[in-house]
Design a protein around this ligand. Sequence first.
Ligand code: TPP
Length: 558
Amino acid sequence: MAKMTGAQCLADMLAGYGVTHVFMVPAVLRRTFAEMERRTKIKRIHTHGEKSAAYMADGYARASGKPGVCMAQVIGALNLAAGVRDAHLAHSPVIAFTGGRDAKTKFRKVYQEVDDVPAFEAVTKFNATVDDVARFPDMVRQAFRVAVSGTPGPVHLQFRGNEGQVDAEEADIEPLVETQFARVPPFRPEPEDGSVRAALRILQDAERPVIVAGGGVRASGAGRELVTLAEKLAIPVATSLNGKDSIPGVHPLSVGVCGTYSRESANKVVGLADLVCFVGTETGGMTTHFWAVPKIGTPAIQIDIDPEALGRNYPLKASVLGDAKVVLERMLAHGDGRSAAKRKPWVEQARWICKEWYAKFKPELESDAVPIRPERMCAELTKHVPDDGIVLVDTGHAGMWMGGMYDLRTSNQSYLRSAGHLGWAFSAGLGAKCAWPERPVVVFTGDAGLWYHIGEIETAVRWKINSVTVVNNNASGNQSKRGFDRVYGGQQTEQARELWTYRMVNFAKVAEDIGALGIRVEKAADLGPAIQRALKADRPVIVDVVTDIDALAPVAVT
Ligand SMILES: Cc1ncc(C[n+]2csc(CCOP(=O)(O)OP(=O)(O)O)c2C)c(N)n1
């Protein structure tokens, strides 16, 4: 083994694992950055905040399946931890590096220093310190292994020294790389044959079954197998928000997103089902509308790679432990297509429920109203997002509008959503575009969501990260309107609006000033052409859409 510095070793290992971009606010691992320039082609994306750096790494990771790497020096570590929280909630393989305490000086009131490690505990699968340069190879390998294995998730490594100066030291080390752990999934655990057959028997016996597909289907790359099985056995498919791209929304068996930020048709179909088959979903509160859809007690079966997920929230008739793609392949191989005939009336009923939903919302989806209706924005995006587009959606109202009203048209389109943090989508979209420069990336966010990290427009311009961000600009966080009406006993006071409204700002102008392309849209008829122009611009674009402050998304039905 040759002597090398930690910086040389880390730069070589990141390149070896196929990392193309890292996202950070300096100064951390400075020597590693210098070695990246000398030894690798890795792009070092210097952002306007650690939280947005973490979101970019998260968008990069979810869009590509490869770990996204973000970094902060000691004073930015908790900002970074805050940003890693969404990756944790979404099971996204983000690797966070921070600078941290040195044994020689800790407890002496070192400038900017607190013990940051505990803050990462709640939001990571593996949270560790690298105290000796000799540990670079094994700790970095472990970071990649943990991030992508099983149910993926974030990892934190704190390097000794407030800026991780341990990277300057030398040791006899080898930059070992295990490429198997360079992306999700590193393993495809085979299910027990008996468990597959037992689950399949229950599924085939059911007259009104529904599949609820989650983000685990995307992690496994099992969309095609899911749709083929649903077609073979004639089973409607609902998805979680995180699993929305498991099946195109235009597929005849797709009933939409179920749960809280959902489509009425999905909740109705799940509610009527005599059996629910959960695939790669943690059956959390959002997906089940706090365990009301389906009701606890509804017969259920579940497929997951994590044994602890099986049966956590719904008692099961059968469970299958394994990789989603492999399990669904096995079910397809053993499945009896003849059992589909008895489900014809059920599939027709599900289709009818979907048509009923569409008829109910058609006026808003096609509305020409001024200010523009958000539903019309969703319908225009359904039409204009290219066949291989990646769509990223913020939370709150953005999650409700797009979760319920937007449809993927092809299985090559991707849909990624904030797992709860307002302000995630714009930055995550930049990360996704770094991972897929050749695919169109379209972000949907509210104005409150954009404000969080609006400074990253400059990052996009500086690095030519050409995502398109469509802003539902109602000069407010109007999702909060209902909540404030409620606490004021039915109707809030005029003054209460100060709790959720903002100044109306022209984000197109702001974008232009920073060097991006800004397009302001005030009429619904201009939306489609604006999106098309943005997609062709080959520049970072903000499409600022002036919308109705009184438009409220429909609430979940049970
Ligand atoms: C970090 C964080 N803080 C607070 C919230 C609560 N929250 C959810 S939606 C929302 C307002 C959303 O406003 P905007 O993005 O403008 O969309 P609009 O409701 O106007 O459509 C807020 C404050 C959150 N989800 N995340």
